[in-house]
Design a binder for this molecule. Structure first.
Ligand SMILES: CCCCC/C=C/C(=O)SCCNC(=O)CCNC(=O)[C@H](O)C(C)(C)COP(=O)(O)OP(=O)(O)OC[C@H]1O[C@@H](n2cnc3c(N)ncnc32)[C@H](O)[C@@H]1OP(=O)(O)O
Length: 391
């Protein structure tokens, strides 16, 4: 009988589903047929292999844990080392099930797989395609009217977390906006969040080793931030809800920041074992003083919209009920002003800092590249990924 083996991850972030499918296939072939519910269980295992859409890391960790609990009972393996990221996340997901009976784990596994089954997947896929047809949407939607180019973070199911692709989409959107007919460019988010910052699975789902992922991240980040430093037109943030991480640090490079009173501003870099980016190590002390900047960038103090306004990070706060209407009405009026005059005035304000900002961006990216490889950061990312498996 093929034993369920505990395979060291070949590289630090293989796709959990690939590893999971390989291991299930090995064990499945070797298992003797058992009771009817076991048959449902094995059918469910086959269904997992037929999934067209990757169900996401959280679901894969849950499937893995339930599979192990149903076949081997409570977690009986030694905890993997801190750098064995994938197996550590799997071990934690399995261990979190405690003494859940095998039969219950088996039933939960079958239930979870049936919720992912092709029929329910097809209906959600159909809905998603229908959405794409209606909105023509990707994760970044760009529209241009009334003299305003609007760049919308459109990934509400993930709190508008920014994927590597979205970074590239935004770079291109800013490049196009810098030469289009609009006078002003504005950023905002779809759904209840403005943006929850960098997608924390960017590194765990990247192909290649962790060094390669960190190096790629630093290159993407540097180009991304440079596109904000060099943007020639008035750049306005319309912060419709909570903002986290890079979506907050970038605000120091915007020309105006309008926030709903339900917005919050959080930069949990120390919690994540990371360090400041988007030139915030320079712009935040300049905007709010080093002590307030330290509270945000080192201690991760989350600010309300009013606190962010008091510290100079937010230009004006609006009641949630009138926020969208007031802000867009105002920006439409501003967009009627002579565009060349606004562009030239912005250049006068920003030109003396540009070179300095580019150098600061380069240094922050180099620092972050090292931080992403640190034990503190790796642990924090794995904790984030496996946090729901513990529920
Ligand atoms: C290469 C360039 C690097 C640039 C360097 C930038 C650094 C940063 O931006 S650091 C900051 C990174 N962001 C975070 O640490 C926030 C992480 N997210 C959270 O803490 C929470 O999700 C929340 C407080 C933002 C919202 O909590 P809650 O209301 O409980 O909602 P959920 O946690 O259930 O989130 C819903 C859904 O969205 C996924 N998600 C949210 N934020 C992120 C994220 N940053 N990365 C990846 N995924 C995120 C979350 O996992 C949930 O997904 P499902 O479980 O699949 O529903």
């Amino acid at each position: 009988m093929a034993a369920m083996t505990w395979r060291p991850a070949r590289c630090w972030c293989p796709s959990l589903l690939q590893v999971f499918r390989f291991q299930v296939a090995q064990v499945h072939l070797g298992r003797p047929t058992m009771r009817a519910s076991q048959q449902d269980f094995e059918n469910a295992m086959n269904q997992v292999k037929l999934l067209k859409k990757d169900p996401g890391n959280q679901v894969k960790l849950k499937l893995y844990a339930l599979y192990k609990q149903a076949t081997d009972g409570p977690c009986n393996m030694p905890k993997p080392g801190v750098f064995d990221l994938v197996n550590k996340a799997k071990w934690e997901a399995w261990n979190a099930l405690g003494s859940l009976p095998k039969e219950t784990a088996r039933q939960n596994y079958v239930d979870l797989v049936s919720s992912l089954s092709p029929s329910s997947e097809a209906s959600s896929q159909g809905k998603h395609e229908a959405d794409e047809k209606v909105q023509g949407s990707k994760d970044i939607v760009v529209t241009s009217e009334d003299g305003i180019t609007k760049i919308v973070l459109n990934r509400p199911t993930k709190k508008n977390a920014i994927t590597f692709q979205m970074y590239q989409d935004i770079i291109l959107a800013l490049k196009n906006a810098s030469t289009d007919s609009s006078a002003i460019t504005a950023f905002t988010g779809t759904g209840d969040y403005y943006c929850s910052g960098n997608d924390l699975t960017n590194f765990t789902s990247a192909s290649g080793g962790k060094e390669e992922a960190a190096s790629r991240g630093a290159v993407v980040l540097r180009e991304f931030v440079n596109s904000f430093i060099d943007f020639p037109k008035p750049l306005v943030a319309v912060v419709n809800g909570p903002a986290v991480g890079i979506s907050v640090t970038l605000l120091g490079l915007f020309d105006a920041v309008y926030a709903s009173d339900k917005a919050t501003f959080h930069t949990p870099f120390s919690h994540l074992g990371q360090s400041p980016e988007a030139c915030s190590s320079y712009t935040f002390p300049k905007i709010m003083g080093s002590a307030k900047a330290t509270e945000m960038l080192l201690f991760g103090k989350k600010l309300t919209a009013r606190e962010a306004w008091a510290q100079g990070l937010v230009t004006e706060v609006f009641p949630e009920s009138t926020f969208e209407n007031e802000v867009w009405t105002r920006l439409k009026a501003y967009a009627k002003l002579p565009p060349n005059s606004m562009r030239i005035s912005k250049e006068l304000i920003r030109k003396n800092e540009k070179e300095k900002l580019h150098a600061i961006n380069a240094e922050e990216c180099t620092t972050l590249q090292a931080r992403w490889l640190s034990e503190e950061c790796i642990n924090a990312l794995m904790n984030f990924m496996s946090r729901k498996a513990k529920l």
